[in-house]
Design a protein around this ligand. Structure first.
Ligand SMILES: C[S@@+](CC[C@H](N)C(=O)[O-])C[C@H]1O[C@@H](n2cnc3c(N)ncnc32)[C@H](O)[C@@H]1O
Ligand code: SF4
Length: 481
């Protein structure tokens, strides 16, 4: 069995560094890195076979951190755009990054590309065109590259859509959140229901193989009735994929700070919305596709050779632009940060990671629904028991995992305390080196006498995006979606 203090520290970590399956555990260990050090890691990543000779699927992401106005619920890394020069400077910065990094990754094949924000559709057409030309021309991509573009209904114009289609973009991710005018006002989001309808119809007309729409359940002033009406409209407009995001990271949001509400009541309302929407989607023929959200029946979308984005998490992501986080398994996790408030120059912070870190990330994601031992072996050339023997046994003794010889899977309760325990205790998979480094980092903040798994803390965890998505089994976007 795990020692009581180990469990308590792992629970403390889960509360302090939330983020479930995302690469967040290395973040508290980030330290400044020079562009030269980033270059050395990239070069090594491209040359070093990972982990057993197969390079991981690598995704390229371009991040535009600006928005024309800031929605008051939003938890994303974004800033209000000051002027058009700022946008132009940032595009220049990304092009510099492309030109510096691409030669270091020569020969390394990328499998997909996304342009995410912030608000990418704020970019003018020539800037989008240039970014696509630079990225697709200088990095090596596989033949059928999956290209995603995230847009805001107000700035994603028909002309932009035509350009994106011409340039091979095959999936549009549209931020909608709500169609209710009263809620839109409450969340300070500059769009109308009409803007959304017009944009969705324009996407349909432009012939994209896939349109994904994001909505949020639990926003201020939203009711079960208004949320279901939104879902009905999206079904009627034949949206291909619907991502329901439970309103999360609530207490840190501007709208909560301006107008605090009772969290337990909000969770009840949010739960009713989600459960009813899921049943409505089911009766309209939409099915849950894990990482991909809810998918319309008969959708023929093919991302590369897959019908939907891959759900393995051994992939790598190189992310360009300010606030973008990159994850190079077996090598480095790092973030691009601004040098000042102009956002025109970049600095880097990050932490080296070993292959065990990638394996622990993969396991944490897959154990919940059953981790196939043979698949793990194919990916990492060693079986889970070769790497995590002691840890898997300890987690089995804790009543969290069981194995039938073919899979290892979560066997605890599908409740918030159960999932909290799962996400906390499975952190032992990351290994002693990583956990000791985190203990040193948090030496002053960690109170071993406090009960970090108390009900008060669980209420707090129930507003974290990963936990709520897992709890409702809504599917989640991986870091490269
Ligand atoms: C990085 S945002 C970019 C979206 C795009 N700028 C737009 O608003 O059209 C991606 C998605 O995160 C989700 N999101 C943002 N804040 C959230 C929050 N507090 N809780 C849950 N989901 C949130 C929204 O559904 C949003 O579409
Ligand atoms: S939801 Fe989108 S538009 Fe609104 S602040 Fe967040 S990133 Fe910007």
């Amino acid at each position: 069995m795990l020692a009581q203090d180990t469990k308590n520290f792992l629970r403390f970590l889960t509360l302090t560094v939330p983020g479930g399956i995302e690469d967040t555990l290395a973040v508290p260990l980030f330290h400044p890195l020079s562009p030269k050090e980033i270059g050395t890691h990239l070069k090594r990543f491209a040359q070093k076979p990972f982990p057993g000779g197969q390079p991981p699927k690598t995704h390229l992401n371009i991040h535009i951190p600006f928005c024309s106005s800031l929605c008051s619920y939003c938890h994303c890394s974004r800033v209000k755009l000051k002027n058009r020069e700022q946008l132009r400077d940032h595009v220049g910065l990304i092009i510099d990054q492309i030109r510096t990094f691409a030669p270091l990754l020569k020969g390394h094949e990328f499998t997909s590309l996304s342009l995410l924000g912030g608000t990418v559709s704020l970019l003018e057409d020539p800037a989008i065109d240039q970014l696509l030309t630079e990225a697709l021309g200088r990095f090596t991509f596989r033949k059928k590259t999956d290209i995603h573009f995230e847009g805001h209904p107000v700035s994603l114009t028909s002309a932009k859509l035509r350009l994106l289609r011409r340039r091979g973009v095959n999936r549009i991710n549209l931020g909608v959140q709500t169609l209710d005018e009263k809620v839109l006002k409450n969340i300070k989001r500059n769009q109308t229901r009409k803007d959304v309808e017009k944009c969705i119809k324009a996407v349909r007309r432009s012939g994209f193989p896939c349109l994904n729409v994001d909505v949020i359940a639990g926003l201020p002033g939203q009711t079960v009735t208004s949320f279901l009406k939104d879902i009905q409209d999206l079904i009627r407009w034949k949206v291909d994929l619907i991502h329901i995001n439970p309103f999360s990271d609530i207490v840190g949001s501007a709208c909560y700070r301006e107008n605090p509400v009772d969290l337990a009541m909000l969770f009840n309302r949010r739960q009713a919305m989600i459960l009813k929407a899921v049943s409505l989607l089911g009766s309209a023929g939409y099915s849950n596709r894990s990482l991909a959200g809810y998918q319309r029946a008969g959708l023929k979308y093919k991302a590369g050779k897959q019908t939907l984005p891959p759900d393995d998490h051994a992939g790598a992501v190189l992310s360009l632009g300010i606030f973008a986080r990159s994850s190079l398994p077996g090598s480095l996790v790092f973030e691009t940060l601004p040098c000042d408030d102009t956002f025109s120059t970049a600095r880097y912070a990050g932490h080296p990671v070993d292959q065990r870190y990638a394996m622990a990330n993969y396991a944490t994601l897959h154990l919940l629904d059953g981790m196939d031992i043979a698949a793990f072996r194919r990916l990492f050339t060693a079986g889970p028991a070769d790497i995590f023997q002691k840890e898997l046994l300890a987690l089995a003794e804790e009543g969290l995992l069981s194995s039938d010889g073919k899979t290892w899977r979560y066997c605890g309760p599908w409740t918030i305390p159960g999932l909290f325990n799962y996400y906390s205790l499975t952190k032992i998979l990351y290994g002693k080196k990583m956990l000791d480094a985190l203990r040193r980092t948090y030496a002053a903040k960690y109170d071993p006498a406090a009960d970090h798994g108390s009900p008060k803390n669980l209420l707090r965890i129930f507003q974290d995006l990963w936990y709520t998505r897992t709890y409702y089994r809504l599917g989640y976007k991986s870091c490269w979606l």
